[in-house]
Design a protein around this ligand. Sequence first.
Ligand SMILES: *Cc1c(COP(=O)(O)O)cnc(C)c1O
Ligand SMILES: [Zn+2]
Length: 406
Amino acid sequence: MKTVGLKCTKCGAMEELRNVYNCPKCGGILEVEYDYGTLPQSLSTPGATGIWRFLELLPVNQKFCTTLGEGNTPLLKASQLGAVLGVDNLYFKNEGCNPTGAFKDRPMAVGISKALESGAHTVITASSGNGGASLAAYAARFNLKSVVVVPVNTPLNKVNQAIMHGAKLVKVNGPYSNSFHIAKAAAEKFGWVNMTTTFINPYTMEGNKTISYEIIESLGKNVPDWILMPVGAGPMLVGIWRGLLDLKRMGLIEKLPKLAAVQSERCSPIDRAFREGEREVKSWEGECNTIASGIADALNGYSQDGTLTLKCILESGGNVVTVNEDEIWESVSALAKYEGIYAEPTGAVTVMAVRKLIKQGIISSHHTVVSIVSGNGLKSSMLSPDIKVEPPVVESVEEMEALMQS
Ligand SMILES: *Cc1c(COP(=O)(O)O)cnc(C)c1O
Ligand SMILES: [Zn+2]
């Protein structure tokens, strides 16, 4: 599909495809605009793998496609957890199976491809951890210098990942938004490509479209009624929505799924606007101190990101749900115990959100529901509150036998 340029979601101004971050005229979010008259006939390109099967629907020149094997993640039917929650057709899209353990590899693969196309030498991202680990891995593989800016409380395993891949990693005090602004200023000052996966880089979000292509490819005629996902600023949600609209234009689906965003009660600016019937999201004043650190985004200074996300939620007829700290751990535990999926806390939040939407009568038992598990449990270095005692040490089968009976 041909690209036309970058279009401002606020004032409609068009920009050429290049490294430009917000609308030069009004500061609005830029999105890739395509000529939909040139939509491909089929969804995927034979012979290609992972997200690059959808190259025809992405703004990348084939010569610059970069890959670590992202995409093609399993969509697992959750029969046991479905029965517990009361949904017949519940699926989990396990994005923890991506090369660096989170869905961020999809936006990074696209963003890095565009950065290489533009002749970049250094890339930078602000990140709650996963984006930085992903950027560092792609940069290592494709010979770019990478700089990663994370909040001081970022989980150790994510920090280790980025550093092991050779990133120059710096920490910033305060919530994620502080890291966002430092990375932005550094990119401007040093001429680095800003790969921050909010909405600042117009290409990264395009990679998230591939999540919806894969879901529809897997489910065929059984188009989900609901797709739930963890949401910070929301580029995953907006990307999934853009992907679904592509599928509808191509005639591959007739109805559009409703999208539900899940936020942590301790940082839920999009939820607040949704509850209050506001169209405009305001930044969050609280501390955002939640175990779901991957979605702890106060949107300080870029609340328009939340507004764009909310717009897509409303367009889909969707919903917004918050979960508290106990419910987040309950979600991690339920995924692990019933479905064999180990998720980081942020990645699991949709589980208890499904339960809430069922209780409210918004999701019903015959609906087909897809939940995105956005990140791998190996990413978090915290001991789960489920683990209350040290595992016992035994020296004989007899001792073991005694333990098995208790
Ligand atoms: C980045 C991240 C999110 C948040 O997604 P957004 O699209 O930025 O709102 C959710 N889960 C995990 C594991 C993440 O790393
Ligand atoms: Zn504009």
